[in-house]
Design a protein. Structure first.
Lengths: 181, 130, 176
């Protein structure tokens, strides 16, 4: 019960219950494209190594050892992209945010959280990746919502990652969900 | 560059631990329990997980490569792994010229931890770039 | 020496060619990732990550760091040159050399990398296919910090697709 908590903790809990994360800046950011990352051309050895790692300790399927195409979950940006640029005004791109979006560069408030959780991933696949392909990843802001939970007010976010190949074909669209409180 | 016996090479230094051991394991496919797991490293008599000798080997090459320059050559190198690269160490690769024979330079090379204890002593022969 | 771990069969095996491996063609990304790992957390020299920078060097192409391993993760072909021997089914098997020879190993539990001597020939570069031939080197033993230590050596000779020597390595394994 609230009355029985130490004074500081009670104050913190009340603070958490009354604020909102969804300021105008945050609400208006939905759909904003934040960064463009381009991969090196995909090489056979990278496909092979990925497949060996994800199938270990069993052998990888021959189709991947022959690098006919890459496993859907293959990441051509592992170990570094060929280039990275921020699409946000005033952001020189010196801070590379690999797995999300640069909230600071978007002008979002400087929230302080106790914890962050991976809320899951949802992928839609287009064409397969092949040796020689150059993949472009454009990251954009998805829906930001909030709800009260056991741990106080929780911010639930989506960042969207859209991958296309050098022919402009869709390779993959991922919605990454995050939960912070 | 005029080289003489006793010249000390510019050093190559890294703080070591799982961050670099794991990266090296990933490129060399060297996933060995003693380098990944404290219980396995302790069972092998080294107090916990420790780094692979091959990474010390790479650091020695990095040091020599920088000194010989893009046009130089590392001709040969030998090393023994005497003391383990355990957690919390700062490793420095060092070299000293022991002989100059035309354009072939002989060196003592070694890696040592932050207190000067040698981890991997050895020797090398190089040719400097023109 | 009492309790020697070196059998007559092991002594007789010195010099035997045991296996040959052929690498997949070396790729730019293999070289780049290796260089990133061994220079981490600093950036690797551009000669190992940028083909344009590499083309301007004396090599005229992207070459790998001397200690690069083109056999990591997978080889295009692995041949065992001995009959009666078996590839080790165990990961990190201390007796893998003797097993390849088809003889009984000393069955020691622990192993350590005892050091390496390498002589370098020509550089490895993008597109090269490397063939490695392994043979058994000398055995020796002595009392050490961790008990009676067995020193065994393997010799590995690497040549490229043109038959040029890339590297000759003598590796020492310590078992106790």
């Amino acid at each position: 019960m609230m009355a029985s908590l130490p004074f500081r903790q009670q104050e913190f809990q009340e603070e958490q219950m009354t604020q909102t994360y969804l300021t105008d800046v945050v609400r208006n950011a939905v759909g904003t494209e934040c960064s463009r990352t381009v991969s090196y051309p995909i090489e056979a050895s990278a496909i092979r190594r990925w497949a060996l790692a994800v199938y270990w300790p069993e052998p990888a399927p021959q189709v991947f050892m022959d690098a006919e195409y890459a496993p859907e979950d293959f990441d051509p940006f592992a170990w570094g992209p060929a280039s990275y640029e921020s699409l946000l005004e005033g952001d020189d791109g010196s801070v590379v945010v690999r797995h999300g979006i640069n909230e600071r560069a978007l002008g979002f408030p400087e929230w302080k959280f106790r914890a962050g959780l991976n809320g899951g991933m949802n992928c839609t696949y287009g064409v397969r990746m092949h040796v020689g392909d150059v993949i472009t990843d454009v990251k954009s802001v998805g829906e930001y919502t909030e709800r009260q939970g056991r741990n106080g007010l929780m911010l639930i976010t989506q960042s969207i990652s859209t991958w296309t190949n050098q022919q402009g074909e869709l390779v993959k669209r991922t919605v990454n969900a995050g939960i912070r409180y | 560059m005029t080289v003489k016996v006793g010249d000390e090479l510019p050093t190559f230094t890294r703080e070591t631990g799982f961050a670099n051991w794991n990266r090296y394991a990933a490129v060399n496919d060297e996933f060995v329990p003693i380098h990944m797991d404290d219980a396995a490293g302790e069972a092998a008599g080294n107090g916990g997980a420790f780094g692979m000798g091959n990474l010390q080997w790479a650091y020695l090459h990095n040091m020599l490569r920088s000194w010989v320059g893009e046009n130089g050559e590392i001709l040969s190198i030998e090393v023994q792994f005497r003391s383990p690269n355990v957690k919390g160490q700062t490793v420095t690769a060092k070299g000293v010229v022991t002989a100059v024979d035309g354009d072939v330079i002989s060196l003592d090379v070694w890696t040592e931890q932050q207190e000067g204890v040698k981890l991997a002593p050895g020797s090398a022969k190089v040719k400097l770039g023109k | 020496m009492a309790d020697s771990n070196i059998s007559e069969a092991m002594k007789a095996a010195v010099g035997t060619e045991t296996s040959r491996s052929t690498s997949y063609p070396i790729s730019e990304s293999d070289i780049r990732k290796w260089a990133i790992a061994v220079y981490w957390p600093e950036k690797a020299p551009a000669v190992f990550t940028d083909p344009a920078a590499a083309a301007k060097t004396v090599h005229g192409r992207m070459v790998a760091p001397e200690e690069f391993n083109p056999f990591a993760w997978a080889s295009a072909k692995n041949e065992f040159l001995l009959t009666g021997g078996l590839p080790s089914r165990m990961v990190n098997d201390p007796d893998s050399s003797e097993r390849a020879l088809g003889i009984e190993g000393p069955g020691l539990k622990f192993m350590l990398n005892g050091g390496m001597i390498c002589e370098y020939g020509v550089r490895m570069g993008v597109g090269d296919v490397i063939t490695s031939t392994n043979s058994i080197g000398e055995y020796s033993e002595r009392e050490g910090r961790l008990g009676l230590m067995l020193f065994s050596r393997g010799v590995s000779t690497w040549v490229n697709q043109d038959g040029d020597m890339v590297k000759r390595t003598t590796s020492t394994l310590i078992r106790y």
